[in-house]
Design a protein around this ligand. Structure first.
Ligand SMILES: Cc1cc2nc3c(=O)[nH]c(=O)nc-3n(C[C@H](O)[C@H](O)[C@H](O)COP(=O)(O)OP(=O)(O)OC[C@H]3O[C@@H](n4cnc5c(N)ncnc54)[C@H](O)[C@@H]3O)c2cc1C
Length: 509
C-alpha cells in the first residue's frame, strides 16, 4: 500500500506494529521480511519515487579534515536509497574482522562471522548474487580458464568478490512493496524527530514533515531507523528534546568512529611474462573475481589493518583521475555515474594475458573516535540541523598500506617472478601525509557502533539502542570495524538478523 504523505490532512496520526524509517538497501530488505505477516508495517521514506533536488539538499553538510566527497551527493534521498548509485561489488567480511585484535584499538564485535553466515546466505538472493560461495575452488570449478597466481595463501590469498547486476531497489522492489497488503509505504515522510518517554527508556512516536508544511505523527511498538550511517547518527543527535545530548548518546558515542574505506592506487606490479589474469579482472557482466588479500597471520605478525589489492591493467589505470578529484555535488543527480564508469571500462579492450598492472587498495580505516559526524549550526529546509563530517585518517592506515604492498611484492616475487614498485607517496616510512588522490569508497560506517558495554557502544548485538527498549538502528552505522569489503552485503545481512530478533520479540508480546 502506498500513500503520499503530502496528500494527508495535516497532523494525521499513523499507527502500526513496526515502523521502518528509510526505504533504502537496509529498510527495504527488512520490509520484505515482514510481507504477508499479520503485522502492520509502516515504511517511511523521506523522498518520492524519483530524484528531487530539493529533497537531496537535506543531505548537504560541511566536511572538515581529510578531503571528502560533498555530503549532498554521497547518498541518494528517495525510494531505493543509494542503490540507485551503487556498483554492486560484494564480499563477506573475514573471520578476523569480527575479532578483538590487540593491535587495532576499539576492534572486536560482540558477534562472530559464523553468526552472520545464515544471513549472508539469505542476502545473496536480495542482491541477485550467485550462490553463497566465496571460495576460490568453487569459482575455479565454474571456469577452467581461471588460473590463480601460485601464491602461498598463508601470506597472500585470493579473496573472492561477487557482483550484483547491480540491483536497483527502486526498480526491483517498488511494486512488490506497494502491492504488499500489510506494508504501508509513506513517501515524502521525512522523519525530523524521534520522541521518547520521560525517562527515555522507550520511543513513543516519530514526527514526519514535508515541503507542503504538513506534519504527522507515527506510533508503533518497534522503530527501526535505516537512513544510512550519516543520517542515522544525525537523527539520533537531533532528537534531543528528552535527552539533551541526543538519543542513545549518554556516553558521547553517537556519530563517533565514522569509518570509510581508503581507496587508493598504491603500487605497480610487473610480472616477468604475460600471465592469464582472468581471475583478477573486473569487466561489466563478470560474476566473480579475486583481489589479493593479506592473511590473518600476517596481519597479526605485522600489526596491520585488513586490506586488499585489485589488479587493473596498467595501460587503463595509469592516467585515470581518482573519483575524489572529480566527483562533485551534482553527481547526486547523475544516477548513471557508476554504470557509466563501468561501461567506459568495458569499452576498452582488455587483452587476455599481459604483465603490467596497477595495484589499487581498499583498506579498512581503524576505528577512531575523532573521525565523526556532529550536528552543524545551519538547519535544513525542514528545520533539522545539518550533518557535519570530520574525516580523520592516521599513520596506521598508511603504514598498513605500505606493508600490504611489501608483502604482495615479496610473495609475487617468489611465486611468479614479479616485481612491485610502490608509488612515491609510500616511500618515506615516517611520512603520514596523504596525496590528493586519496579517496573513500562512498562507504559510511561506525556512527552508532555495536558493543555489549553501553559506555563504549550505541547499540547491542541485536542493533537495539542501549537503554531504549524499542529503538533499533539498521545498517553499516552499527559496524565496529570496517573490514576490507564494500559494506552493503554485510549491512543487509545484519539487518535481516535484526529483523529476526524483532520478530521474536513481537511474537512474545
Ligand atoms: C557511487 C557509489 C557506489 C557504491 N558502490 C557500492 C558497491 O559496489 N558495493 C557496496 O557494497 N556498496 C556500494 N556503495 C554503498 C551503498 O550504496 C550503501 O552501502 C547502501 O546503499 C547503504 O544502504 P542504507 O540502506 O544504509 O542507505 P541508503 O541506501 O542510502 O538508504 C537510506 C534511505 O533512507 C531515506 N532517508 C534518509 N533520511 C530519512 C529521514 N529522515 N526520513 C525518512 N527517510 C529517510 C533515504 O531517502 C533512503 O531511501 C556505493 C555507494 C555509492 C554512492
Amino acid at each position: 500500500m502506498h500513500t503520499d504523505a503530502r496528500q494527508l490532512d495535516n497532523n494525521t496520526i499513523i499507527e502500526g506494529d513496526i515502523c521502518i524509517v528509510g526505504a533504502g538497501a537496509a529498510g527495504i530488505s527488512i520490509a520484505l521480511e515482514w510481507m504477508n505477516t499479520k503485522y502492520k508495517v509502516i515504511l517511511l521514506e523521506g523522498g518520492g519515487f524519483e530524484y528531487d533536488d530539493k529533497m537531496q539538499d537535506l543531505y548537504a553538510g560541511k566536511t572538515t579534515g581529510q578531503h571528502y566527497f560533498p555530503l549532498k551527493s554521497v547518498r541518494l534521498h528517495y525510494f531505493g536509497g543509494t542503490t540507485g548509485h551503487w556498483a554492486g561489488w560484494c564480499s563477506p567480511f573475514d573471520q578476523v574482522d569480527f575479532k578483538e585484535r590487540d593491535w587495532v584499538p576499539h576492534s572486536g564485535w560482540p558477534i562472530k562471522r559464523e553468526d552472520m553466515d545464515p544471513f549472508y546466505a539469505r542476502t545473496q538472493r536480495i542482491l541477485d548474487l550467485g550462490p553463497y560461495e566465496y571460495g576460490l575452488d568453487y569459482w575455479k570449478a565454474q571456469d577452467p580458464e581461471i588460473k590463480p597466481l601460485p601464491l602461498n595463501e598463508e601470506i597472500v590469498w585470493n579473496k573472492m568478490w561477487q557482483f550484483s547486476p547491480p540491483t536497483r531497489f527502486n526498480q526491483k522492489y517498488k511494486d512488490v512493496i506497494v502491492n504488499a497488503h500489510n506494508i504501508h509505504l509513506y513517501t515524502y515522510a521525512n522523519v525530523t524527530n524521534i520522541a521518547a518517554n520521560e525517562n527515555v527508556s522507550s520511543i513513543t512516536q516519530l514526527i514526519i514533515k514535508n515541503f507542503e508544511g504538513k506534519q504527522h505523527t507515527v506510533k508503533a511498538k518497534y522503530f527501526i531507523i535505516a537512513c544510512c550511517a550519516v543520517q542515522n547518527a544525525r537523527l539520533l543527535l537531533a532528537s534531543n528534546e528528552q535527552s539533551p545530548k541526543g538519543l542513545g548518546n549518554d556516553n558521547d558515542n553517537v556519530g563517533r568512529y565514522f569509518m570509510e574505506h581508503i581507496e587508493i592506487k598504491a603500487s605497480e606490479l610487473w610480472l616477468a611474462n604475460p600471465a592469464s589474469v582472468k581471475l583478477y579482472m573486473w569487466q561489466q557482466g563478470v560474476k566473480a573475481r579475486a583481489e589479493l588479500a593479506i592473511s590473518e597471520k600476517m596481519q597479526q605478525q605485522h600489526k596491520i589493518l585488513n586490506g586488499t589489492a585489485s589488479l587493473i591493467p596498467l595501460e587503463l589505470a595509469r592516467n585515470q583521475q581518482s573519483f575524489i578529484e572529480t566527483w562533485s555535488e551534482d553527481e547526486a543527480e547523475n544516477k548513471r555515474t557508476m554504470s557509466g564508469y563501468g561501461s567506459k571500462k568495458a569499452d576498452l579492450k582488455i587483452p587476455s594475458d599481459f604483465n603490467a598492472f596497477q595495484l589499487f587498495t581498499r583498506i579498512e580505516q581503524a576505528p577512531n573516535p575523532n573521525s565523526r559526524i556532529t550536528l552543524g549550526t545551519e538547519k535544513d529546509a525542514l528545520g533539522v540541523p545539518r550533518a557535519s563530517l570530520h574525516w580523520e585518517l592516521t599513520g596506521f592506515e598508511k603504514r598498513s598500506i605500505r606493508k600490504i604492498h611489501e608483502l604482495i611484492g615479496q610473495e609475487v616475487g617468489r611465486a611468479a617472478n614479479g616485481r612491485v614498485q610502490m608509488l612515491s607517496y609510500l616511500h618515506d616510512a615516517k611520512d603520514e601525509s596523504w596525496p590528493k588522490f586519496t579517496g573513500g569508497g562512498w562507504h559510511h560506517m561506525g556512527t552508532t557502533r555495536m558493543g555489549n558495554d553501553p559506555k563504549k557502544a550505541v547499540v547491542d548485538s541485536n542493533c537495539k539502542v542501549h537503554g531504549i527498549n524499542n529503538l533499533f538502528m539498521a545498517g553499516s552505522s552499527c559496524y565496529v570495524t570496517a573490514a576490507a569489503p564494500n559494506p552493503t552485503l554485510t549491512l543487509i545481512a545484519l539487518s535481516l538478523r535484526l529483523s529476526d530478533h524483532v520478530k521474536k520479540q513481537i511474537s512474545n508480546t
